[in-house]
Structures are given as structure tokens and as C-alpha cells.
Design a binder for this molecule. Structure first.
Ligand code: MG
Length: 389
């Protein structure tokens, strides 16, 4: 029986994870649940899965939960609560799905403690990829990707010597603006950017999918997960989101991974690895007529993707700087403070303004994260639109 600490239980990855747990009652159980602000949903999840440890972001919400629950788990809050859920609930598996850089410390600690860490939080790998790899090597844990493209790569690369692989390719749906004229993309509204054609996700990642920053972050994520340089990771636009990744070998052939675009598949793969069992998603229907298309990304229309390659090539803390600027810019866009095109401008400006350094400790990375956010907020305050977009 695998005992799971689910960090980020009320988001879309969290609720899909609980669907997978429900489908495998003899294999999976919940040891701890941690959430941010959605206390009503966390309460309902606790009553259903009865974890022994529960954590929520705010102390007031923790107190509220204690008064509502029909049983008596340990109830904690904040960053300490996240860490305790990972390490102190008797879990052997941590599903790290906290949004943003906040998830890094708990994921790193879990790897260091030798646990299986299923990473749905790509920011933790983008910000602290080198530290995560070091924790993996020193702690002897397991690192399994939950991102659909990376779960696909994990499957495709299994059994192949690294020397046989010429390149890997991850696919991108292209987001809602794939067919739009560049001028129209620049003036896109919040509603238009949130209207993703193939995946239903939280607001931050949906905006990242519209700018293609999500794909850029995934290129960086793949570099750390699989030990590949930027020159061996490519992106192909595939609007149907059925092929999730491809591996190209030196002889010129490719292998592709195909499945429905449902996050329950990569979640189950990571939780049950290496076992393959029937789960909550139906097998791919090859008897339905379909058309798949593939095209290269337009880097002029989606400069965030180019910025991610630039940050990966610069190395050290450059990906952390880019990620911090992007998180601040996306939050400002979702608040209506800046326009869509200003997101990429902010990311480019902060990446150029703050020099990248080698990253040796978690404190150093978190300090870079703080400084970059501050710089991004200052930049955004100077570029906030006044009245007219
Ligand atoms: Mg993905």
C-alpha cells in the first residue's frame, strides 16, 4: 500500500489525484493533505479520505478546520505544515502539486528523505532543478514527473541508453492564440487568454499556456529531469494534445507517446510506477477518426518560449529569475494591472537586469526568487496601464 502526502489537494492536479486514489483503494491511501485557501473543499476531502495530518496556508483556516472536522487529525499551517505533511505523516510518496516556487522546499526535503516525489509542480524544478537533482542523489529517493509531456518522456526513454537518443521533443497545444495574428495576440484580454482549447487547468498555468511560457518552463523541467542540454530538447506545436512527447534516435527514427489528454494518466503512472493497471481513464479510442497536425512554434509571436531557452542556456539562477518574473507578471495580468503583451516584456526585462549566479543552496535560490520578484513588482508598477489598455 502506497501512502501519499498530497501537497496542493484542492487544485486541479490535487482533485485528479484523489480520483486516482479512489480508483485504486487496495494500492493507494492518503496519509496527509495540504491545501492553500480552499478550506471548504479541504474539509470535504478530509472527511472522505481521513488523513492523519492536514495543513492549510493560514492559521485562521487551520483553527476553523479543527472546529469543523468530525475526527481529530493533526492540523498545521503554512510552510512548516507543508513540510510536516511531506515528512511526518508516514508517507512514502509525496505528490507535489503546490502552485509556484512555494513548493520547492517541501519537495526537496522529501527527496532528501528518500521518498518517491511525484512532481506536478514544474516551478520547483525550474527554480531549484540542480538542488532537486542533488537531493535525489544524496537522499536516494525517486523523482517521477507528473507533467504530461515529461511522464511521456519518462516512458519513452525507459530502456534506452542515453547515448542512443539524439533529441527529445515535447508537444504544445499552442494555446488559444495559435492561429491569431501577432497584433491581435498582443492585445489579448484576460477572458481570451483563459480560454484554453484542450486542457482544463488552473488560471496561472492557463495563462502560461497562452504565452507558451508553460512550454518554456517545461523545456527547463525536461533538462533537469533527464539531464539533457537545451540543444537536445525541442518543441512541436500539436493542437490536438494527443501525442505528448517524442524521442528521436541517431538513426533518424522517432517513438511517440499517445494517450487521452487527461492528467489522471500521468498522475497514476507516477503513483503506481512501474505497474500498469486499469484506472479511471478509458484506453485511447483508435477507431474514432481523427486528424493530428504538427507545426513549429512561432517564437516572434511567443517570445516567452525563446526567453526560457535563453535562461536554460545561461544556467545557474537564470531559470529562477525568469520564473519569478513570470509569476509576478501573470498575477498582475490576472489582476488587470498589465496587458497580455507586457508579461513577456516584464520577463525579458528582469532576466536581463538580474545577473545569474551558480546556485548552491536552497537559501540562495529562495533569495534569488525574492529579489527577482521585488524587481518584477517594481518594473510592473512602472508599466501598469492607467485607464486605457
Ligand atoms: Mg505539461
Amino acid at each position: 500500500m502506497r501512502k501519499i502526502a498530497l501537497l496542493g489537494s484542492t487544485g486541479s492536479i490535487g482533485t485528479s489525484t484523489l480520483d486516482v486514489v479512489t480508483a485504486h483503494p487496495d494500492r493507494l491511501e492518503v496519509a496527509a493533505l495540504a491545501a492553500g485557501r480552499n478550506r471548504d473543499l479541504l474539509l470535504a476531502q478530509c472527511e472522505r479520505f481521513r488523513p492523519r495530518l492536514v495543513s492549510i496556508a493560514g492559521p485562521g483556516d487551520a483553527q476553523w478546520l479543527a472546529g469543523q472536522l468530525s475526527y481529530r487529525p493533526d492540523i498545521l499551517h503554512g510552510m512548516d505544515g507543508l513540510r510536516a505533511c511531506a515528512l511526518e505523516a508516514g508517507a512514502d510518496t509525496v505528490l507535489a502539486a503546490v502552485v509556484g516556487a512555494a513548493g520547492l522546499a517541501s519537495a526537496e526535503a522529501a527527496l532528501r528523505a528518500g521518498l518517491r516525489v511525484c512532481v506536478a509542480n514544474k516551478e520547483s524544478l525550474v527554480v531549484g532543478g540542480a538542488l532537486m537533482r542533488q537531493a535525489l542523489e544524496e537522499g536516494g529517493g525517486e523523482l517521477l514527473p507528473v507533467d504530461s509531456e515529461h511522464a511521456a518522456l519518462h516512458q519513452l526513454l525507459a530502456g534506452h541508453a542515453p547515448g542512443d537518443v539524439r533529441e527529445v521533443r515535447i508537444t504544445a497545444s499552442g494555446g488559444p492564440f495559435r492561429d491569431w495574428a501577432p497584433g491581435a495576440v498582443q492585445a489579448a484580454t484576460i477572458e481570451q487568454a483563459l480560454n484554453h482549447p484542450t486542457w482544463k487547468m488552473g488560471p496561472k498555468i492557463t495563462i502560461d499556456s497562452a504565452t507558451l511560457m508553460n512550454k518554456g518552463l517545461e523545456v527547463i523541467e525536461a533538462a533537469f529531469l533527464f539531464g539533457l542540454g537545451a540543444d537536445r530538447i525541442s518543441v512541436t506545436i500539436h493542437p490536438q494534445s494527443q501525442v505528448h512527447a517524442m524521442v528521436g534516435f541517431h538513426d533518424g527514427t522517432y517513438q511517440l507517446q499517445v494517450c487521452a489528454n487527461d492528467m489522471k494518466l500521468p498522475i497514476q503512472y507516477a503513483l503506481l510506477y512501474p505497474d500498469r493497471l486499469p484506472g479511471p481513464v478509458r484506453p485511447y479510442d483508435w477507431d474514432a477518426a481523427r486528424t493530428w497536425t504538427f507545426e513549429p512554434p512561432d517564437l516572434a509571436k511567443f517570445p516567452c518560449l525563446a526567453l526560457a531557452y535563453q535562461a536554460l542556456a545561461a544556467g545557474g539562477t537564470a531559470p529562477a529569475i525568469l520564473n519569478a518574473a513570470n509569476e509576478e507578471a501573470v498575477a498582475a495580468f490576472l489582476d488587470g494591472r498589465i496587458g497580455f503583451w507586457t508579461i513577456q516584456a516584464c520577463c525579458g526585462a528582469i532576466l536581463s537586469a538580474i545577473p545569474a549566479e551558480q546556485a548552491h543552496t536552497l537559501d540562495q535560490v529562495m533569495d534569488t526568487d525574492r529579489r527577482s520578484r521585488l524587481a518584477a513588482r517594481t518594473w510592473i508598477a512602472h508599466h501598469t496601464r492607467q485607464g486605457n489598455p
